[in-house]
Design a protein around this ligand. Structure first.
Ligand code: NAI
Ligand code: MG
Length: 361
């Protein structure tokens, strides 16, 4: 079956890092029998420049047809003065919403070669490999009613509503349990059930989902404790599943345990495992166009794409091994440079990963 992949480079370092991902995908296609088509379309500021909106209709149509989408990053100073609906970041929110990408996977893996990058002590983070599953299309970011209203005393009041239906909780729960059953078989569901009714329901539905996964152990944790535990003893977690707001905060916290923003991939999945894959970082306008960007987060996003949307787990493993190989060779982009490493450009890093892939055969 041919995998239809849409590449949306976006802005800033986006085009540079997805160029390396394209090299990798082409190598997989040409030398490893990976059957795929690669299309490209603008999004973000690039979408605005080409078609007057951050998510052009043509791009959305191609995204709907694709099996998986690889996004670079969007945004930059050039578009900051635009009205909100026209800003690049809106393109990203729109594509997530249009495609119903409810499940956001954010792995936090500390590569042994980069252990120095973490701000935590080595023994606390060495070998860290956790997966945060964040609900992405519901919760307080989308709940109604919302707004800023004027009270009778003349004062203004801002309000948002945290809402989750049973089906929304159920589907993100199943996603987390499916993933856990292929990893360490543990799910920690994070909520605020001591205060919030919505969390009470969340907990109840998670318990119900757990009954369908007898091989996976479910635990619950309050979000404030989870934040503490993530920095105190992060290796206690395998898969963490949580709501949109809590996941936003916890996933960034977990990401920083690794200390390397240029190394972190992510996935956002729909009910059919179609997904949007992107590095966690932004468009890094400060280093754009200079060959300084680390492409590894994007290449690792390709590995996630192979694993979670395209049923190519073996190829995903190979890509991850190739990334490990180049780190072992001592190659580093400036953001992860260390003593005794060799600093390479974006393109040199991409080439080295493809070479390592081929060397392993
Ligand atoms: P950022 O992640 O773009 O950059 C933060 C810092 O990390 C910068 O110093 C940057 O040079 C560095 N950095 C990021 N990625 C790197 C890489 N691959 N290699 C080496 N260094 C890297 O976040 P910032 O500066 O807050 O935002 C810049 C723009 O990106 C803004 O317009 C923002 O809205 C947008 N953004 C887009 C996201 C997306 O497309 N998903 C996510 C976050 C921000
Ligand atoms: Mg965030």
């Amino acid at each position: 079956m041919t995998a239809n992949i849409l590449i949306t480079p976006g802005d800033g370092i986006g085009p540079e890092i997805v160029a390396e991902a394209r090299k990798l995908l082409e190598a997989l296609r040409d030398d490893f029998g990976f059957d795929c088509t690669l299309e490209e379309a603008p999004i973000g500021g690039a979408g605005y420049e080409a078609h007057g909106k951050p998510l052009p209709e043509e791009t959305l149509a191609l995204a709907r047809e694709a099996d998986a989408i690889l996004l670079g990053a969007v945004g930059g100073p050039r578009w900051e003065q635009l009205d909100r609906p026209l800003r690049p970041e809106r393109g990203l929110l729109a594509i997530r919403a249009e495609l119903g990408l409810f499940g956001n996977l954010r792995p936090a893996i500390l590569y042994p070669q980069l252990a120095e990058a973490s701000s935590l002590r080595h023994e606390i983070v060495a070998g860290l490999d956790i997966m945060i599953v964040r609900e992405l299309t519901g919760g307080i970011y989308f709940g109604e009613p919302r707004g800023i209203r004027r009270l009778e005393n003349g004062e203004r009041q801002g309000y948002n509503t945290m809402v989750y239906s049973e089906s929304e909780i159920d589907r993100v729960g199943r996603l987390a349990f499916d993933i856990a059953s292929k990893r360490g078989s543990r799910v920690c569901s994070v909520d605020k059930a001591n205060v919030l009714e919505v969390s009470e329901l969340w907990r109840e539905v998670m318990e119900r989902v757990a009954r369908d996964y007898p091989g996976v152990e479910l635990s619950h944790m309050y979000v404030d404790n989870a934040a503490m535990q993530l920095v105190r003893a992060p290796k206690q977690f395998d898969v963490v599943v949580t709501s949109n707001l809590f996941g936003d905060v916890l996933s960034d916290c977990a990401a920083m345990l690794t200390g390397s923003i240029g190394m972190l991939p992510s996935a956002s999945l729909d009910v059919n495992s179609k997904g949007l894959y992107e590095p966690v970082h932004g468009s890094a306008p400060d280093i754009a166009g200079k060959g300084l960007a680390n492409p590894l987060a994007t290449l690792l996003s390709v590995a996630m794409m192979l694993r979670y949307s395209l049923d190519q787990g073996a190829l995903a493993d190979r890509v991850q091994q190739a990334v490990g190989d180049v780190l072992n060779q001592g190659l580093r982009t400036p953001d992860i440079a260390a003593r005794q490493s060799r600093t390479v450009s974006t393109a040199e890093m991409g080439d080295a990963v493809v070479a390592a892939l081929r060397a392993r055969g």
